[in-house]
Write a protein that binds this ligand. Structure first.
Ligand code: LLP
Length: 388
């Protein structure tokens, strides 16, 4: 207890997102070192957390950006990302967003369909630019994770399937403002079964060979993100095992000379450094259970309501023995429940509750449902130099 230094929070409005900056720095250093050792290139998936102060820290550590909207590209550039290290993915890129990518001469558009390739070619021609593109391949691999965050099966909307490759090649001959430079894959998120990545490698090898046999020796192979984190024991495993993760690729992927391997980690970089901090409003004794009603709700952290995701919950103000509570928010929906039958130290009004591992897909997915305020970020150390 008290890694959280709750005395400093007396005048801060709850709920808020608390970021352990030191842990983020250590995570960045570990991921970067392990990648550098193997010559791998990292594009941080901005969608996981686009907080400007954190982005500045991440890009200053030498990460590129993986963006999924024009606004993510603009913010990443503003926060110091090198456009030469920005990838742009997404099945529905608008003309405005493609224009932003072209104006910034980004590293690569990850194309998800033939009509999208045709449109990028038209827009690039109008700007007298050549757009670098990768084909996002749907490798038909089961990520063995929640169906809403699984993206690599053939029934998903993402990527181009193998049966369309011949058509892609024919099109590329005509689309003269596209430069075909890479292959892109991403099969899902919060993947904890490492055999999934080994399987991805095998599929990548055969697609890479297929294109090479047809005269395309591509500069880069991008295997996306997806590395899972330990939501059950955030203190035991604060930094994901990047060494083992990268070594699976090292052992299984076959790159041709000159080809570089790229990754797009999001959750594994930022999840463990963030906690949603809330205060207990009321403890209500039900017939068969007690409810801890807290001032954070599904509008602040939607993952439990949306995916039945588990976040470790702690009472960081109490030293009393453990009791069992359902931890719920104030919003008028039954799904506004963070977890049931949670063992918390005996809880009273005013105690601080930490919802752990909330640094990824937390703050960035917050909404104003019920016209609630968006929770503000609070940092463990002064990040003034990083606030743009
Ligand atoms: N690259 C692409 C193309 C992606 O679609 C994603 C995530 C990533 C990289 C980063 O994946 P990560 O390393 O974070 O697993 N809101 C959900 C997660 C959605 C992930 C979407 N794509 C959640 O809260 O679990």
């Amino acid at each position: 207890m008290n890694k959280f230094n709750t005395e400093k929070w007396t005048n801060i409005q709850t709920p808020f997102y608390y970021y352990d900056v030191d842990l983020l720095k250590q995570t960045l250093e570990t991921a970067k070192n392990e990648a550098d050792k193997r010559g791998y290139i990292l594009h941080y998936a901005t969608k996981a957390n686009a907080n400007p102060a954190l982005l500045k820290l991440i890009f200053s550590a030498g990460f590129g950006a993986d963006c999924v909207s024009g606004n993510e590209i603009l913010r990443s550039v503003k926060c110091g990302a090198d456009p030469k290290l920005i990838t742009f993915a997404g099945v529905g890129k608008t003309d405005r967003e493609i224009g932003i990518g072209l104006d910034n001469s980004i590293f690569c558009f990850n194309c998800e369909s033939i009509p999208e390739m045709e449109n990028i070619d038209v827009l690039a021609k109008a700007k007298h630019k050549i757009a670098s593109i990768a084909i996002r391949i749907n490798p038909d691999v089961d990520a063995k994770t929640h169906e809403y965050i699984s993206t690599g099966k053939s029934e998903n909307k993402f990527g181009i399937s193998a049966w369309d490759f011949e058509k892609v090649i024919e099109k590329l001959e005509i689309l003269s403002n596209l430069n075909f430079t890479g292959l892109h894959f991403h099969v899902g998120s919060q993947i904890t079964d490492m055999s999934v990545f080994a399987e991805v490698c095998l599929r990548v090898n055969s697609f890479n060979q297929w294109f090479k046999e047809r005269g395309f020796l591509l500069e880069h192979i991008n295997v996306g993100g997806g590395l899972g984190i330990d939501y059950q024991n955030p203190d035991k495993n604060p930094i994901p095992d990047f060494a083992s993760y990268f070594s699976i690729f090292e052992q299984n992927i076959k790159l041709y000379p000159g080809q570089k391997l790229h990754f797009e980690p999001g959750r594994s970089i930022v999840a463990q450094c963030g906690s949603l901090i809330s205060k207990v409003l009321y403890v209500k004794e039900g017939k068969s259970k007690n409810f801890a009603i807290i001032d954070a709700g599904m509008s602040d952290l939607i993952r439990p309501a949306l995916y039945k995701a588990h976040h470790h919950i702690e009472n960081i103000s109490s030293n009393k023995p453990y009791l069992v509570y359902d931890v719920v928010g104030p919003i008028c929906e039954s799904s506004d429940c963070f977890d049931k039958d949670v063992k918390l130290r005996e809880t009273q009004r005013g105690d601080f509750i930490a919802l752990r591992s909330a640094g990824a897909y937390g703050e960035v997915m917050a909404s104003q449902y019920n016209l609630r305020a968006i929770p503000q970020p609070v940092y463990s150390e002064n990040l003034q130099e990083f606030v743009p």
